[in-house]
Ligand binder design. Structure first.
Ligand SMILES: [Zn+2]
Length: 167
């Protein structure tokens, strides 16, 4: 190759790799701050309750609990406990695992769903999974109830609820 009348010698693969690659062993440490609203929400899950936030300006009971109403652009006024029951707002039947590998024909399907929780305002729900139900029996509007981990196993995570099942 000739550039500006100067013959250019191509790089060998080793030279090319040396020029563009660096090796670096990262030592990354993460700390995640849940914030006030989500922190209270997660703490309530550890206690076997679902916490929402109330905004007195718009009257919404928002889920998950949050410290700020994004509609009114103001802090929420108080936290309220909602039920651990609700209805399926939408769902999917997954034939693949979380890592995108295919499920075998005899493996149970994953059924992620948005569940509108009783006691929260319409449209306020959480994303979770459905269990103890055949995929063909899942319907939008189906009533479901949380199946909690035993108290001693809860960690303050959304997985403190194992899944939601029909009731
Ligand atoms: Zn509001």
């Amino acid at each position: 190759m000739i550039i500006n009348n100067v013959p250019m010698k191509g790089l060998t693969s080793e030279e090319y790799e040396k020029a563009i690659k660096i090796s670096w062993k990262p030592q990354l440490q993460y700390a995640w701050d849940n914030g006030i609203g989500i922190g209270k929400y997660l703490a309530s899950l550890k206690e076997g309750m679902i916490l929402a936030a109330y905004c007195q300006k718009c009257g919404r009971i928002m889920l998950p609990a949050r410290a700020f109403c994004e509609m009114c652009w103001r802090p929420t006024d108080r936290y309220v406990t909602v039920k651990d029951t609700g209805v399926v707002n939408t769902y999917a039947i997954c034939h693949i695992n979380w890592d995108a590998s295919r499920l075998k024909p005899d493996e149970p399907r994953h059924i992620p769903a948005v569940i509108e929780i009783d006691g929260a305002s319409q449209g306020q729900g959480i994303l979770h999974i459905l269990g103890n139900v055949e995929p063909s029996n899942v319907k939008i509007g189906m009533k479901v109830k949380a199946v909690w981990k035993p108290a001693a196993e809860r960690t303050g995570s959304i997985t403190d609820i194992r899944f939601f099942e029909p009731y």
